[in-house]
Ligand binder design. Structure first.
Ligand SMILES: *[C@@H]1O[C@H](CO)[C@@H](O)[C@H](O)[C@H]1NC(C)=O
Ligand SMILES: *[C@@H]1O[C@H](CO)[C@@H](O)[C@H](O)[C@H]1NC(C)=O
Ligand SMILES: *[C@@H]1O[C@H](CO)[C@@H](O)[C@H](O)[C@H]1NC(C)=O
Ligand SMILES: *[C@@H]1O[C@H](CO)[C@@H](O)[C@H](O)[C@H]1NC(C)=O
Ligand SMILES: *[C@@H]1O[C@H](CO)[C@@H](O)[C@H](O)[C@H]1NC(C)=O
Ligand SMILES: *[C@@H]1O[C@H](CO)[C@@H](O)[C@H](O)[C@H]1NC(C)=O
Length: 579
């Protein structure tokens, strides 16, 4: 809050805070009558006029997003505004929205020159939704970062894809162009705001589509960033989207037949996997909801076979096949989900890789896709609106046709990002995934890691978080293990706002608990600075109060998390060991 000399003035401002704030801006509807909030003196449109003249487009009013809320006070009609949270007393963030070209716009949050940490951060988007990622922007801006996010070229937060129908130009904006045109523009905005103080580093953070966007932008311009924090990148979107249709087909039509006959079927399979692979004698932990060696777990199930001992006790009585059991064809369909998809070829030709299977620990995360198979569903909207295709995955042959169509589409739109670009890239990358990711397969992220070099080195550090679902946006149905490491895209319910300073919250914004802070130290330490080898992930027992319940290490490949002895919720009971 603004500080005032008299208590009366303070009370008056508290009542009319919004109006008072508008006084700070020449573009507001009310002319300034008071001293602006300290730190916001340069938050006026004239500060940016020269940059806008150089790059084109225009300053634009802030779009009033109704569901993607962020702490904000102000008037949506102004061209620059203050984004603030009175509870945590951070009033000095200047917000700017630029309409770049067509429908492409970006927003940037600029902390006061006094609080700027001299870093520029771009945060990515999620799925196919179009709007700036204000929560992710704000949670870093309060800590002094200048943060930008684009709207990917359309304003549609529904997550639906009808906006893409018959409009390849909008698809290309989403695929890469919105980002490509916004990054250099936003850097110039940063330079204009902070005048003669220059940034010490340019960073990127994104998960899922956001992860793909970061790698894609490095392909467009290697100098965009000095460091990137990339979570579960949807880099192989052209095959990953059709392969999601295969899950629906396996779940609904082929083998599994999830619903409506047996809603507890997935729970039985999930329980069985964790009973076998998350136990003392396998990974030395008793049912903590995280499988630490999913490769060995998959081997166990493969070697046992669908009628083997790993399934004992779940055999179906032929007369009542659905009750408390898993049929052989359901087991087979489950195992098929875990294997990479190989496109059928002409007789005599070997089938080739066409898409990734899913980690065995991610069965719960697959529920959504296993239980849907209609043209209104996520994966089939992609076929319909991006590929303009009505084929459904009702056989591996038709699925292969879908993938081929998608490859033709990608040759025009260029949405796929090739992780091999990271091999020789000048910047440094922290790549991570939850092993239980049922949306962007963690096996696909491991493939990305292999394409990027296959070993953590001076430019690349790869972390797998045992038990974490997609970008940690929802629980995996079991006992949630710690996975909070400061990645973006985490819903508010899972602690997306924890990053606000709160006196009752132990500090999390340090190199141990926050992968982005670890990245800055690594990047700014220069070429000799050692890559992070260990982070400590956090879990909260109460998300409203951010009460911490558990912590444990997250280990850079090739090491992995291991429980030694003692209190399972204490990080001291764990270590990183050779895999
Ligand atoms: C963590 O946040 C506090 C409060 O904003 C800030 O003073 C401190 O510098 C931050 N630390 C890092 C490493 O960013
Ligand atoms: C989409 O398919 C329809 C029907 O085949 C066709 O008429 C239309 O031209 C296609 N649109 C594009 C953009 O290819
Ligand atoms: C694509 O959408 C944009 C924005 O709505 C519009 O200006 C453009 O005309 C559309 N292009 C086609 C081919 O419909
Ligand atoms: C720019 O440099 C001048 C002269 O050194 C200094 O007075 C001014 O405070 C600087 N501006 C900022 C925003 O730091
Ligand atoms: C595959 O697609 C074709 C063309 O849409 C359709 O006629 C056929 O029924 C589909 N299924 C199979 C198994 O071929
Ligand atoms: C910090 O969090 C606690 C628990 O939710 C809350 O009671 C308190 O008001 C918060 N403090 C600040 C400064 O936001």
């Amino acid at each position: 809050m603004v500080r005032h000399s008299s208590p009366l003035a303070g009370a008056f401002t508290a009542l009319l805070g919004l109006v008072n704030l508008a006084h700070a801006f020449p573009n507001g509807m009310i002319r300034p009558r008071q001293t602006p909030i300290p730190g916001l003196e340069r938050c006026t449109s004239s500060t940016f006029d020269a940059v806008v003249a150089e790059f084109g487009g225009s300053l634009a009013p802030r779009s009033p997003y109704t569901s993607n809320t962020e702490p904000y006070s102000g008037n949506d009609a102004v061209l620059v505004w203050a984004t603030r949270n009175t509870a945590i007393n951070i009033p000095d963030i200047c917000g700017v929205r630029i309409a770049v070209t067509g429908n492409v716009a970006f927003e940037i949050y600029l902390p006061s020159p006094q609080r700027w940490n001299r870093r520029f951060l771009t945060v990515g988007n999620g799925g196919f939704a179009g709007r700036t990622s204000r929560v992710d922007m704000f949670s870093r801006a309060v800590h002094g970062w200048a943060v930008m996010s684009t709207n990917v070229g359309h304003e549609d937060a529904s997550g639906g894809m009808s906006w893409a129908a018959n409009n390849e130009s909008l698809q290309i904006d989403w695929a890469w162009k919105a980002m490509a045109s916004s990054v250099p523009y936003a850097k110039a905005i940063v330079a204009a705001y902070y005048q003669n103080v220059s940034a010490v580093g340019n960073y990127y953070s994104g998960c899922s589509t956001g992860g793909r966007q970061g790698i894609r932008q490095v392909e467009v311009d290697a100098n965009s960033f000095d460091g990137m924090l990339i979570g579960a990148p949807a880099w192989n979107v052209r095959s990953a989207m059709p392969v999601l249709s295969r899950i629906g087909w396996l779940g609904q039509t082929s083998g599994l037949k999830i619903s409506p006959t047996d809603t507890l079927l997935l729970q039985r399979i999930y329980n069985r996997v964790y009973e076998r692979c998350n136990v003392i004698g396998f990974d030395n932990t008793a049912n903590d909801g995280a499988i630490r060696d999913s490769v060995a777990c998959l081997d166990l199930f493969r070697q046992s076979g669908v009628s083997g001992p790993v399934w004992s006790g779940l055999d179906c009585d032929n007369n009542s096949p659905a009750a408390n059991c898993v049929t052989l064809s359901q087991r087979q369909a489950f195992m098929t989900l875990l294997e990479e998809f190989k496109a059928p070829k002409a007789p005599g030709e070997d089938p080739s890789y066409a898409g990734d299977g899913f980690d065995i620990s991610g069965i719960k995360g697959l529920t959504t896709f296993l239980t849907q198979q209609s043209l209104t569903d996520f994966d089939q909207q992609f076929s319909r609106y991006f590929l303009n295709e009505t084929i459904v995955w009702d056989s591996d042959e038709n699925g292969t046709r879908l993938i081929t169509r998608s490859e033709e589409w990608d040759a025009r739109v260029r949405a796929n990002a090739d992780p091999a670009i990271l091999r020789g890239w000048r910047g440094k990358t922290i790549l991570y995934t939850g092993t239980a990711d049922g949306t962007v397969s963690s096996l696909g992220t491991r493939r990305a890691f292999n394409l990027a070099g296959g070993t953590s080195n001076t430019k690349l550090a790869y972390f797998e978080l045992p038990g974490m679902p997609h970008c940690a946006d929802s629980g995996n149905g079991g006992e949630n293990p710690p996975w909070y490491i400061g990645g973006v895209g985490i819903s508010l319910a899972n602690g997306g706002t924890w990053f606000m300073p709160n006196t009752t919250t132990p500090p999390l914004n340090n190199t141990e608990h926050d992968a982005l802070v670890a990245l800055t130290e690594w990047v700014e330490g220069g070429p000799g600075e050692a890559a992070p080898t260990k982070l400590t992930a956090t879990a909260f027992s109460n998300l409203a109060s951010y009460t911490i319940s558990k912590r444990r290490p997250i280990c850079a490949a090739p090491k992995r998390q291991n429980y030694n002895a003692g209190d399972i919720n204490s990080p001291e009971s764990w270590s990183c060991v050779a895999a």
